[in-house]
Each structure stands twice: as C-alpha cells, then as structure tokens.
Write a protein that binds this ligand. Structure first.
Ligand SMILES: Nc1ncnc2c1ncn2[C@@H]1O[C@H](COP(=O)(O)OP(=O)(O)O)[C@@H](O)[C@H]1O
Ligand SMILES: [Mg+2]
Length: 251
C-alpha cells in the first residue's frame, strides 16, 4: 500500500483539489483509495460527505482517527487499500510531519508564481529530510501555453532539484464548479481538458514511481459491505464491485 502526502506551505495552491482529482484517477485505474484529510479546514472531508449524501461512496474520505495516524493507516492496509492520499494543512504543523512520517511518498502542489515557488523549497526540504520520494505538480497554470510563466516556474523548480511533472494543470472554472457538486472535473466533464491533463499527471506519477500502485493484489478484496451499494455515477461504478472499506473511523 502506498501513502502519499500532498503538501504546500501556501494556502490555495490546489492541494485539496489535487488530492480529490488524483483519488478519482486512482478509482478509474481500479485502485482502492482512501483520503485522510488532516487539514483543520476539511474541504476534502466536506466534499466526501457531499458525495456520500448523493450516493457516491468512493473514495472514502476520513479525518484523522483519535487513535493516531499510524493505527488508522494500518487498519486500511489490513483492509487491502492500495493508496492513501493524505491532505495536509498549509502551515508547518506537527500534522504535516506526522503525515510524512507515515508516507511512502510526497507530492508538492504549486502555482507557477514567485510567491508559491519561494515556499516550495521548504516543502522539498521537509520531504527529503525524511527521504520521501517527492514529485512536484504545477497547478492553476495559465491555460494559454504561450504564456512563459509555466516554463519559468519549471526552470526554477528544476534548479531546486525538484522532479517536476511534465504536464501542468491549467486553471479552469471546472475545478470549483466540480467541488460544489461533490465531483471532480474528470467526472463532471468527461471530454474536457482537465480530464486529459489529470490523466497525464496520473500517468507520470506511475512512471516516476511517486504513486506507482502497480502491486494491486486481488486476494486482499474483502467481503462487500451492503451499506456501500448505493447507486453511483458512471465513474464510481467501476469501483463498486470491489470490497467496501470500513467506515467506522469516519468522524
Ligand atoms: N486548476 C484549477 N483551476 C481553477 N481553480 C482551481 C484549480 N485547482 C483548484 N482551484 C480552486 O482554487 C481554490 C483553492 O484550491 P484548494 O485545493 O482548496 O487549495 P489548498 O488545498 O492548497 O488550500 C479552490 O477554490 C479551488 O476550487
Ligand atoms: Mg486544502
């Protein structure tokens, strides 16, 4: 099982959005994925609640369990989960260090502006101090490829020694619209540009080894949970045949 923390010292870069979108990419790839939202402003958790009430049970989104992150992660490992994405707060908090302590890899999400880029170095330092395989994704980039901001940001990141995803995620109103509807842009607009970019990012994460969930083991599938058999949309349906993941740690 992989545990990937998504980090950025700046608020608003797109961390929580990245967590949701990549979780849905993982579902599309047939993986069993759980989001742990460690941010005191739990946007992913709220999104998960909105989904659950409209009958989309996956991915499971939980907040940290009272017994601690280690026990919570172990419980999902025992249930055969393939990937845990940990959303983190923007500030340097014990929650971020705890998340990294239990992670196999890290992702830093940054906008291509100088204010964000200045803080990436610190996130990379924290992740590399713990020897975590770390990738960087440029997020909310100008959609017009002629704008030089993305190329300049990429250069700045590479000068820091960062492993940068070749696809930058464009800014698009689809992202906040999708959040409001308890969806992701891939689900909301299956033919859209966001869908194509997110698929490219997912592919790069697999190739680069940051989120290579290739060791999916069918033997770990659990008996299914009737509470999770609610009708789901077409994307979520692909995961419906899989075992339900226990939800008792959901706060
Ligand atoms: N690619 C994008 N294009 C446009 N808006 C985006 C994009 N990604 C995220 N957003 C919006 O930016 C805001 C901050 O995103 P969020 O993921 O909550 O950031 P963070 O978790 O880093 O604080 C939200 O309103 C979200 O809908
Ligand atoms: Mg957030």
């Amino acid at each position: 099982m992989l545990v990937v923390s998504v980090l950025a010292r700046k608020g608003g870069t797109g961390k929580s959005t990245a967590v949701r979108c990549l979780a849905v990419e993982a579902l599309k790839a047939g993986r069993r994925v759980v989001i742990i939202d460690t941010d005191p402003q739990p946007t992913c958790y709220r999104w998960g609640q909105r989904r659950a009430t409209t009958g989309i049970p996956v991915p499971l989104v939980v907040v940290p369990a009272p017994g601690g992150l280690a026990a919570q992660i172990e419980s999902y490992r025992a249930q055969g989960v393939d990937l845990i994405l940990v959303d983190t707060p923007p500030t340097a908090t014990p929650a971020v260090n705890a998340a990294l302590d239990h992670s196999t890899g890290a992702l830093v999400v940054t906008r291509p502006n100088p204010e964000d880029l200045e803080s990436v170095q610190e996130s990379l330092r924290v992740a590399s101090a713990q020897k975590r395989r770390t990738g960087v994704i440029l997020w909310q980039s100008p959609p017009d490829k002629r704008v030089k901001a993305v190329a300049l940001a990429r250069e700045a990141l590479e000068a820091m020694g960062a492993d940068v995803c070749p696809t930058a995620i464009s800014a698009s109103i689809s992202y906040p619209y999708a959040y409001a509807e308890g969806l992701t842009p891939q689900e909301r607009e299956p033919e859209g540009r966001a869908r194509a970019e997110l698929a490219e990012v997912w592919g790069w994460l697999q190739r680069s080894g940051v989120v290579a969930v290739g060791s999916y083991d069918m033997k770990t599938i659990l008996p299914s949970d009737p509470t999770n058999n609610a009708p789901v949309d077409s994307k979520a349906k692909r995961s419906r045949g899989k075992a339900a993941i226990k939800t008792e740690v959901t706060a």
